[in-house]
Structure formats: C-alpha cells, structure tokens
Design a protein around this ligand. Structure first.
Ligand code: NAP
Length: 302
C-alpha cells in the first residue's frame, strides 16, 4: 500500500448511517490519537469500546470522557495487543457483551522506542509484536464478531505510518516480494522473520531495511502488507468487510515527545471521518495519509 491523499466529498456528515447501536473498538485508547478518536466517535454518537493495556490508565481515560458527558457511549475493556492471552480474553469478553455487532475496529495501539533523531533496533521484537502481530491477532480473534451487514460494512482501520512505505526499503528482493499482487500472509511473516534474524546477527544496516526508525518502519511495512492481503481476501464480499490504513502524520503525542505539525484531535477528526465513511463511499485496500491540504480543508472533516 502506498500513500494516497484522498478525502471524500461531499462531507460524510450529510450521510449519517450510524447510530448508538453502531459499535467501535479502539485499541490504545487511553491517550494520544486513540484517546482523541474514542472521544470523537462518542461525540458523533457511536458506542465505543475504549481498550487499554493498563486498567488504571484505561479507567482514568474513561472517567475523563464521562466527565465530558460521553458516558452513555463508552465501555471499557482491558487489552494488551502484544499478549495473545489478553487478545483472546478480550475477544471472549467482547463476544459475551456485544455478540456479532462489531462495525468498526481501529488498530491504533503502537509503540516506538526511538527518539526523533535517533535510530536503534534494540526493541525490534517488541515493536514487531505490538505493531504488526498485535493488530493481526486481534483481527483474527474478532472476525466472528464482525457485523458484516451490507447496510454498514464492518471496517478495519489500521493506524500505520508513511515510514512503513515500500519506497523506504532499499532491498529490491524484499520490495519485490511485498509488492506482489499475489502476496500471502506467510510471505509477510518470512520478511519479518528475516528482519529479526538480520537484527540478531547485526547485519541489518547493510541489508537495505528502512534507514529511519528502522524497527518501527518494518513493523508498519508488515502491517500495510497484511492490510493489503486481508483487503484482497474480502474483495469478493465488498459489502462485508473493508480494510484500510491511515497515517496520521507527524502528530503531537507521547510517541513524538509532544512534537508534531498538528494535535491528536486533528488526527482523530480525520480518522473518524474515514472510519465513518458511508457504505457506498467506503473503499478497501487503501492507505490514507493526513496531508497538509486536508488539514487546511475543514470541509473534509465530520
Ligand atoms: N504521533 C505520530 O506522529 C504518529 C505518526 C504516524 C503513526 N502514528 C501511529 O499512531 C498510533 C497512536 O500513536 P500515538 O502517537 O497516539 O502514540 P502514544 O500517545 O504513545 O499512544 C500509544 C497508545 O498505544 C498504547 N499501547 C502501546 N502498546 C500497547 C499494547 N501492547 N497493547 C495495548 N495498547 C498499547 C499506549 O498505551 P500506554 O499508555 O499503556 O503506553 C497508548 O495508549 C500508533 O499506531 C502510532 O504508530 C503516530
């Protein structure tokens, strides 16, 4: 998936299809873009399951939103996306509470251990586990609970990054595998495995992996590739499931130590617009990127 600068017209707020019965799950909802997105979706009248890996931090976030009058739209469940047991406990709890009603899944939780001007691969395993295997495991675990109705289309929005674009990879062999039309899940895992082996053997610098925020970039590269595979798998049932990626751009959050060109609320406003596109405008297999021009164009926001 390569970046695409696209926002729908006319404004989707004219075509509201959702109601309080519409259910969204947002991972990493206790702070940053995830928190802002939970808030935006709840303000727009969607029922949101705020998830967090830490109970006190998650409950504090829910409490903050309750104090803003959004309590009727909020639920909280614990979820550490890097822990398969937590993913499976979460999906059972979700199923028991909501059944097959999931309309929107936003895989937002993510980590980076790099300072802005620093590159290391010290945390490669953990970053790949959280940013790539986390969303993948969660999608698989929640599949039985996707509503998949033609009047709404279940949507998966993977919060990714332009740093994971294929053009950041200098290794032609890896680029050619990941850009294949018939790419398979196993091949993505092989690429990820190759990266982790290169890290362990200390050869990663000479192997043509992305040169900036390398471990993070590879995790998002794999997430983009997986999103493409999944979107293709469901392309024969376009009314059932759509899978897209969204890069929020350089956003002021803990991940960037508060630096960035715009706020988490700005990023969340666009993520909400994408997540709530009307069914007839909902694409699949796209990579959306928050650009300066979309930020300057309030008409494209809900
Ligand atoms: N900020 C940017 O400039 C930027 C640019 C491109 C893409 N992104 C992407 O945007 C998404 C949100 O990032 P952000 O900027 O909002 O960062 P952030 O403020 O650091 O928030 C990250 C969120 O993910 C949660 N998280 C981390 N590991 C988790 C795990 N194993 N299980 C569940 N939750 C976990 C964190 O929880 P804790 O509070 O417990 O740590 C936190 O809620 C990420 O996917 C990131 O890669 C950000």
């Amino acid at each position: 998936m390569e970046p695409e600068y696209y926002f729908p017209s006319p404004s989707p707020c004219l075509t509201r299809w959702w109601s309080k019965e519409t259910v969204a799950v947002v991972t990493g909802g206790n702070k940053g873009i995830g928190f802002a997105l939970v808030k935006r979706l709840a303000e727009l009248g969607v029922s949101v399951v705020l998830t967090a890996r830490d109970k006190p931090r998650g409950e504090a976030a829910v409490q903050t939103l309750r104090e803003q009058g959004l309590g009727d739209y909020l639920h909280f469940l614990l979820l550490d996306v890097s822990d398969p047991l937590s993913v499976s406990t979460f999906s059972s709890s979700f199923g028991a509470k909501f059944g097959a009603t999931l309309d929107i899944l936003v895989n937002n939780a993510g980590v980076s251990y790099n300072e802005l001007d620093h590159n290391s691969v010290e945390h490669a395993e953990s970053v790949i586990k959280t940013n790539f295997y986390g969303p993948k495991l969660l999608i698989q675990a929640l599949l039985p609970f996707f509503r998949c109705s033609s009047s709404s289309i279940t949507r998966v929005l993977n919060v990714s990054s332009r740093l994971g674009s294929l053009n950041k990879v200098k290794n032609a062999e890896i680029r050619s595998v990941l850009s294949r039309e018939e790419l398979m899940e196993e091949e993505i895992e092989e690429v990820v495995g190759m990266f982790l082996r290169d890290v362990r053997s200390g050869t990663w610098k000479s192997r043509g992996w992305p040169s900036y925020w390398t471990e993070y970039a590879v995790s998002k590269l794999a997430l983009n590739a997986y999103s493409k595979v999944l979107a293709k798998r469901y392309s024969h049932h376009p009314s059932a499931l759509s899978v897209n990626c969204f890069c929020p751009g350089f956003t002021q959050t803990a991940m960037t130590k508060g630096k960035g060109t715009h706020t988490a609320d700005d990023a969340a406003a666009f993520a909400a617009t994408l997540a709530l596109l009307p069914p007839h405008l909902m694409p699949t297999g796209k990579f959306f990127s928050l650009s300066r021009s979309t930020l300057l164009n309030p008409a494209s926001r809900l």
